[in-house]
Design a protein around this ligand. Structure first.
Ligand code: TXA
Ligand code: MG
Length: 339
């Protein structure tokens, strides 16, 4: 874990308009001073992210939310009380003095208070805890999010615009925060823009309203693009009961395959694939390892990453959302290769 000197060096870099990568409990973030439009522009440039995609502003525990958001509905107060610090991002109406650049020009703002101790140490050191750190996941646009400091270094190499990478070990949750839009609550009710560890049922348990699924009128969110979180190697999802058969047929076709599974594969010889990750069967442990496993399998130089479908029940909504998006671009590829 970084010591106080490293934390202060990182906070000073942020204050000077530089970029700092830091760990959160979900994934690593690529941070900049949320109120410095030039620093925000550097995030978009380094990530290769289109400028219309808004960034989440990270706040220290106990920070004044009314500084950032114009109207704080009761529901937001309750959710903050219940889940902050933690993996829940709230979309609220942006306060008019906050530069629109951080919100991709929208009149809303995404706010989140991460629970990782290194993130909190950085946020309290940065402008004495009164600033906000805008941070998307610290990966190139569309690529797999980082859950280790080494992933961030792999992603950005020696990019001189990244002043510091704080190493806080492996992110605990492993998938990005749940995003809940409360900015249109009077007219549309709460809307779930991105599923995550905090589920729709968890939210309903606190505010007494089940959030609606994101619709077309919802604000743009890059995590809601159909293709996202994707390795370079094509990813295909295969039902559990078809795994053995599909792997055998791909091998017969001479394909080099990497496999991510959580059921045992007793009938499939190890020579059928170039790399394999046996995933844990609990959703928490699976999420924790998901991106590191996808990155490792991506390194195997295979033609395809075959992922065993995970259970369809509510607990797996966040993981299934990420897997579907990772597999989006390879739609139809498996059928073509097996034909
Ligand atoms: O867990 C997380 O949320 C991580 C860590 C670093 O905190 N951050 C993260 O950021 O996933 P990013 O930029 O990769 O994804 C943020 C998502 C995007 O889909 C973005 O469009 C959406 O949040 N978002 C941010 N502000 C928004 C706003 N004002 N309205 C709608 N969507 C917003
Ligand atoms: Mg991202």
């Amino acid at each position: 874990m970084p010591d106080r000197t490293e934390i202060y060096r990182a906070a000073l870099a942020l204050e000077a308009g530089q970029l700092v990568a830091f760990p959160t409990e979900t994934v690593y973030g690529l941070g900049a001073d949320a109120e410095n439009p030039e620093a925000i522009a550097a995030i978009y440039a380094v990530k290769g992210r289109p400028s219309g995609h808004p960034l989440i502003v990270h706040l220290a525990e106990g920070a004044d939310v009314t500084y950032w958001a114009e109207a704080i509905p009761d529901e937001a107060q309750k959710l903050i009380h219940a889940f902050w610090p933690g993996p829940l991002t709230l979309i609220l109406k942006r306060a008019s003095h906050i530069p629109p650049a951080v919100a991709g020009g929208q009149d809303t703002i995404g706010l989140r208070c991460p629970s990782h101790p290194v993130a909190q140490a950085l946020l309290s050191a940065f402008r004495d805890g009164k600033g906000g750190v805008a941070a998307p996941s610290a990966n190139l646009f569309g690529h797999v999010s980082p859950t280790l400091a080494q992933h961030v270094r792999d992603e950005f190499g020696n990019d001189s615009r990244l002043a510091v990478v704080l190493d806080g070990g492996q992110s605990d949750v492993g998938i990005e925060s749940t995003i809940l839009d409360l900015s249109r609550i009077q007219t549309h009710g709460p809307v779930l823009l991105r599923p995550g560890k905090i589920s729709a049922a968890d939210i309903a348990g606190v505010i007494g309203k089940v959030p609606a699924e994101a619709d077309k009128a919802a604000p743009r969110a890059s995590g809601t693009l159909q293709s996202h979180y994707a390795p370079h190697t094509p990813v295909v999802l295969v039902p559990a009961e078809k795994m053995a058969d599909v792997l055998k047929r791909l091998k017969d076709k001479g394909r080099r395959i990497a496999v991510m599974h959580y059921s045992p594969l007793p009938d499939v010889p190890e020579t059928s694939f170039s790399a394999r990750r046996l995933m844990p069967s609990s959703v928490e442990a699976y999420s924790h390892n998901l991106y590191a496993s996808l990155r490792a399998l991506d390194e195997a130089g295979a033609d395809m990453i075959v992922v065993e479908n995970t259970p369809g029940n509510d607990a797996w909504v966040g993981v299934n959302d990420r897997l579907r998006r990772a597999a989006h671009d390879a739609g139809g590829l498996l059928e073509k290769w097996l034909a």
